[in-house]
Each structure stands twice: as C-alpha cells, then as structure tokens.
Design a protein. Structure first.
Length: 718
C-alpha cells in the first residue's frame, strides 16, 4: 500500500483515499489528475472496498481509457478487462450490445459516424423531396444531435415556432424511423437509447446500480446534460460518484458541455467542498502566475490557484507584428533558434484560435523548409480508402446497411450509375424494403445485370469469409472487392492509399474481440468510436500546429499562441455574450497552460482574413497578464495620453523613430489623421513607396498600427 501511495502530495493523497462518499476533485492543469484517478481505483481494489467488476470509469477519449487500463494493469494484480472503463459512447455501446433486445435493436446494429450520419440525412432529404439548400444536412444533423444530447425525442420537442422549425421536427422523426428500419444508431443515439432503457427498466437499473458501487469520471467539466443525467441514474441513492475535472478548462460549450454540472454535482450528491489539486508539475511559475491572473477575471468559478516548486522560469515573450506575415516569420525564426539550442521540433507547438490562421504559418514553414504537422487532420478511420473497405466489411456483416451499400455500390466503378441508384431508392421507399433487398429483386435489363453482379460479389465475400479470422476477412475484401486493383492503377495517391489498406489489415490482426463470433461487429464498432479523436501521426521530428481546442490535454516545452487580437481571440462571436467571453478566457487559460518552459504571445496590426485586410485591436487577454511577467520583444510607441484606458501602460515604450527621407504623398510625419475604426492618430513612420506605401500611425485609443494606403481610408487633418 505504501508503494501504491508513494510520491503523492498531500492533496492528491486526500483525493485518492477519500472515504466511500461522492466527491468532486478540482484538478488544475498539470496537477496529476490521471494519476489520482487511476490510483484511486487501484486503492479501492487493494483495500477491498470494491472488486474490479464493480468499477465503472468514464473517460472522454479512447486513448485515455487505454492509458488507464495500462496503468491499472501495472498497479494491481487483477484482470482489468473485467472493469468497465471507456468513453460514454463506448460504455453505452457495450451496454446496448448486452441488452439489444430490451433496447429494440438488432444484435448486429451498426454505428454511424458523423460522415455516415450526414449521408443518411441526405438520403432522407431526397426521399422527402426536400432541398438540401433550404435544409442543409449539416444543420439538420446538428439539430437532431442537439435534441438527442438534451434527452428529447422528436415527439417531445416543444411546439415549433416557424414552418422551418416544424419541418426540422418532421425530419428528426423521419430520421429516427429510417435508423430503426436499417438497424443503425448514431453517436448521440447510443447514450440516449441507454438512458431511456435504464430509466424505463427498473430491474435492469437496479442490477447496474448494485454492480457499480464506485463510478469515476474524468474531465467532468466536459459532460453535457444527458451524460450527467445518465450518471445520476446509474449512481442511484447509495453509490459513490467520484468526479475529476477543472471548471477553468471547460471549453466545449459548442458541443453541449455544461460547466454548471460541476456545481450541480455539489448539490445533488451533497458534496460540502471540492478537493483542490493546485500543485502543477508541468509549467514554471511565470506561466502559472499568468494563467491565474487571466482566469481570476471569470465569475462563478469554484476557485483554485495553481503553483509550482519548479522555480519562476523565464518571462513570457510578447511580439506585436506589423502583419500576419511578419508574425509568422517571427515565430518561425524563434522556432529555428530554439531548435539550434537543442529543443526538438516536436516539443514546440503553434496554437491558433481558428484553422484559417494556419495558411500564413504553413507558407512561411514551407519556405523555411521546416517539417511541420497539422495536429487533428484526417484520422486513419476517416480516410477515403479505409472507409470504403469498412463499408464492404459492414455489408458482409449486414447487407441491409443502406449507407454502406451506397458508399461502395459503384466503387470501384462497375457500371451502376446515379439513375440506377435513384431507381433502387424509389423501390426501397415504395415497397418499404432496404436497398439490398431492392437489388436482389431487380428485374431484367443492363442495369439489373450490373446489380446482379454486385449482389453475387457480396454474397461470395460473405460465403468466403465464413470461418476466416477478422484479418483474413479484411484482406479478402480488399483483394476481391477490386479496391486493391483500383488503387494500384492510381499513380498519384495509390501507394499511400494501399499502405493505409494494408495497415487496416494490421489493425484487424491486432484486434482482440470479447466474443469471437462478434469479431466483425466489435471491430466496426471500435473503428466508429475511434473516428473523431485527435491522434498524432508517427514520423519524423516535426513542429506541431493546432487549434487551441485541439491542444487540450497536450503539453510542450515551448508554446506560441498566435493571433491574439480582438475578434480573433477572443472570437468575435463571443464579444456580446458574457458567457461566451468567459469561455474564450478559459480557452486562453488552456493555451497558456500547455507550455512547460517557454511561452510566446503574438499579435498583428494587420491581418488577411477571408480574403480581406483587417486592422485588429490587440486582445484584452494580453493586457490581463501582469506587467512583470512579460518581456516585450517588439518596439511600440507611447500613445497619445487621452482615452488610453484600454491600453496596458507597461506596453508603452521607446521614442518616435526618425522621419523617412522620401516625401509622403498627401501626408507628412507628425500629421494628425483619422480612421473610421481606429479614430484619431498621428503619422510617425512610413515604408515603401507608390502603391506599396504603408504608414505607421499612433492612434490615441488603439495604439500603434501599420496601415496599407491601398486599403486604409484615412482622412488627413490640416
């Protein structure tokens, strides 16, 4: 036991050995929450308070679940596979597989990932003769998923206020009927169907409440309303809910996350006070002090203050660039400097609020010949060739899967055109059968012959797959479906696509199902659950580029937070909403706390966004960091005294530069000018000539800006 608890600090020890009652652990960034959670489970088992089968642990990624399994396997001498450890979706999938009859599902039900769900909605719109311009599939998908995540079925939605809303209600009901007919479920359905079954079936609910005496939840701040309701239902009146999270890192409101669930837990489970993990093992003191200063401006926090014994470290570096190109060049120059000092590129990350910002960075990186990686690009199971192979595998498992059939009915091309598919869909609607059944019943003619060949192909694959291992089945499908031959003829991308198909066979060979007879179903479920997770690519040492959202849970020796401008970060959509602005500040808090040793902040006085030049104001988040923590690398000019309340005084430095030798057409150094957005200012410098002329102007309210006279509309004051 002493070995199990060795190395824990006082608050970690308090959390791990918490009595058998519910708790909320406020775990700050880098405070060792994963260690606390896994050690808590190990301690409960080692002290005999629970057997492994009585543990339910919920994580937010499959990667975190695997890591927890691995750690527990080395901590306690038990079979960790008997524990229920996984994501909400993964655990609900496991639950519904065990109780598919009670849930009204076929035993081999398939899971629709996001792309498949959109495809199903497109088919639905077409069958109902609705325009996908008036009812965009993505918008319909968002409405359906949002309703499900709120725990509301179509028939229980509040009365529609507009004809458009009424049609969305109708689409939701029709979509549910289509999914039931085809035996498929989407991600949101996994949780909602599980919740409804537990709520309606008292005996089943009592069984699982009796089994899972200890329920542990990671990243609790990211739970939505339905997830919290599901947890409460499983917990009942007597079970222990041990939730670990950080309200200061709640950044997924757009996905339905409810930071208010943390306060609700304190009330619902009679938790007097949270346990606070405040000692940080990641970052130096300067970075933590900046993070604390930022986040304390948010209201309604449960409250904590990060600290470290690792020393103060270096000051945060701030660079205010002339333009987004100048900003990118500065960042890359610093990256190269750090690399020369011995820091690996993979230990550095450039973070940005919007994906659109990456273009300029990538351009400069290419010119500098620095290897880089966009973290969060297409994942393995989302790649086109992999999805084709998985669709064939789905048809081998369940030919009535309409989405799978539509994906590969003419891949590789076999002469089955759009008109033939439309006719099939019409037959399917009129006769109430699946597309596969419509294919099998096709009459004479050329198109029917092509459909017959496709049916024979799938039937042959099903027959040959009998008795084969999962890997042999996947290999069979890739070879005999024509996918391998098709990509062998693709000189441009074929080699990479074939390598991905071979890797799919490797994945199948390394997959160990719980039930051998359900290997295909379990593998397809695992593939669907894996899709959508951010996974770093293997390969050479490379600089990491990503959005701040994608960076959550990661850490780097050096972090560059770029684009710190009003309207960009904080995002313009949050500007008029206090809750939105607070979430943006939490996002900035996440960005800052990704850095271990060195943190760079940068902004630009002009930026190309969506094809237009913008002249932004520096982000308020820069100004919320105490002066003594920051080292300014860019020279700024002292602003005119009046109306300077928005500008932090410690950013004001150096004297006005000398006037240029060349005359300025229509302007002069020291001249007063006005701008529609920035107000009054004084011309202090210039560069370029003719159509490339730029003026440096010190605005009274917004500080120093470089303006391109081709775009900026200035009025000269005589």
């Amino acid at each position: 036991m002493s070995e199990l608890l060795a190395g824990l600090n006082n608050e970690q020890l308090r959390a791990v050995t918490w009595p058998a009652k519910s708790a909320l652990v406020l775990a700050g960034a880098g405070s060792g929450k994963t260690r606390v959670l896994t050690t808590r489970i190990a301690w409960l088992i080692a002290t005999g308070q629970v057997n492994p089968a009585g543990v339910l642990a919920v994580t937010f990624t499959n990667k975190a679940a695997r890591e927890m399994h691995t750690r527990l396997g080395s901590m306690v001498p038990v079979n960790v596979r008997t524990m229920w450890i996984g994501t909400f979706h993964g655990l609900c999938n496991r639950f519904l597989r065990a109780h598919y009859r009670d849930a009204g599902l076929p035993q081999t039900f398939q899971i629709l990932d996001s792309a498949d769900q959109q495809a199903a909605i497109k088919r639905l719109l077409k069958s109902m003769e609705l325009s996908d311009e008036k009812y965009p599939p993505r918008a319909v998908q968002s409405f359906i998923n949002g309703s499900k995540e709120a725990g509301v079925r179509a028939e229980r939605l509040p009365p529609p206020l507009t004809p458009y809303e009424a049609k969305l209600h109708e689409l939701y009901a029709a979509y549910d009927a289509q999914c039931r007919r085809e035996g498929v479920v989407d991600f949101a359905e996994l949780l909602l169907r599980s919740y409804e079954l537990l709520q309606a079936n008292a005996a089943l609910r009592a069984h699982y409440q009796g089994r899972f005496r200890h329920i542990l939840v990671d990243e609790f701040q990211d739970t939505n309303r339905l997830q919290y309701a599901w947890l409460k239902l499983l917990s009942g009146e007597h079970n222990v809910l041990f939730a670990v999270g950080d309200d200061d890192q709640s950044i997924y409101a757009f996905r339905g996350a409810e930071v208010g669930n943390m306060r609700a837990l304190l009330t619902d489970f009679q938790v007097a006070e949270p346990v606070r993990l405040e000692q940080n093992y990641r970052s130096v003191g300067t970075i933590l002090n900046a993070a604390n200063a930022l986040i304390e401006r948010n209201d309604g926090r449960l409250g904590k203050n990060l600290w470290t014994d690792a020393g103060e470290g270096e000051q945060i570096r701030l660079y205010e660039a002339y333009s987004d190109g100048d900003e990118a060049q500065f960042i890359i120059d610093e990256v190269k400097s750090l690399q020369r000092e011995g820091m690996n590129l993979s230990d550095m990350a450039i973070l940005y609020r919007s994906n659109a910002q990456s273009r300029v960075l990538e351009h400069v990186l290419v010119n500098a010949q620095l290897p880089y990686r966009i973290y969060g690009g297409l994942r393995f199971f989302e790649r086109l060739e992999v999805k084709h192979a998985l669709a064939y595998l789905r048809l081998v498992s369940n030919p009535d899967d309409d989405n799978a059939l539509l994906r590969v009915i003419n891949v590789p091309a076999r002469g089955i055109g759009a008109r033939t598919v439309e006719n099939l869909q019409a037959i399917s609607r009129e006769q109430g059968v699946t597309l596969w059944q419509a294919c099998c019943a096709a009459g004479g003619g050329r198109s029917a012959a092509k459909l017959g060949e496709f049916v024979l192909l799938i039937e042959a694959l099903r027959a040959k797959a009998e008795g084969m291992t999962l890997a042999e089945t996947v290999s069979l499908i890739i070879d005999h479906s024509g996918l391998r031959a098709m990509y062998e003829q693709d000189k441009k991308e074929g080699e990479e696509r074939l390598a991905n198909l071979d890797e799919l066979i490797n994945a199948a060979a390394g997959f160990f199902p719980d039930a051998a007879e359900q290997a295909i179903v379990e593998f397809l479920s695992a593939a669907s659950l894996e899709a959508g997770e951010h996974q770093a690519e293997a390969g050479e040492d490379a600089l990491q580029l990503m959005t701040v959202h994608a960076a959550k849970g990661l850490e780097f020796d050096a972090v560059f937070v770029s684009g710190l401008e009003e309207g960009l970060f904080p995002h313009e959509n949050s500007m008029n909403d206090s809750k939105g602005l607070e979430e943006e500040r939490r996002l900035m808090y996440v960005a800052v706390t990704r850095a271990r040793k060195r943190l760079y902040l940068s902004c630009a006085q002009s930026r190309m966004l969506h094809g237009q030049s913008r002249y932004p104001i520096r982000s308020r988040f820069v100004e919320e960091i105490p002066a003594e923590l920051v080292r300014v690398l860019s020279a700024t000019v002292k602003p005119v005294p009046q109306n300077t309340h928005r500008r932090a005084p410690w950013l004001d430095e150096v004297a006005v530069p000398a006037a240029p030798a060349a005359p300025l057409p229509g302007y002069r150094i020291g001249q007063s000018v006005s701008h529609a957005k920035f107000g009054s200012g004084v011309v202090i410098n210039a560069e370029g000539s003719g159509s490339d002329l730029r003026l440096q102007i010190n605005f009274a309210e917004h500080g120093l800006k470089w303006l391109d006279l081709r775009y900026a509309k200035l009025t000269a004051e005589q």
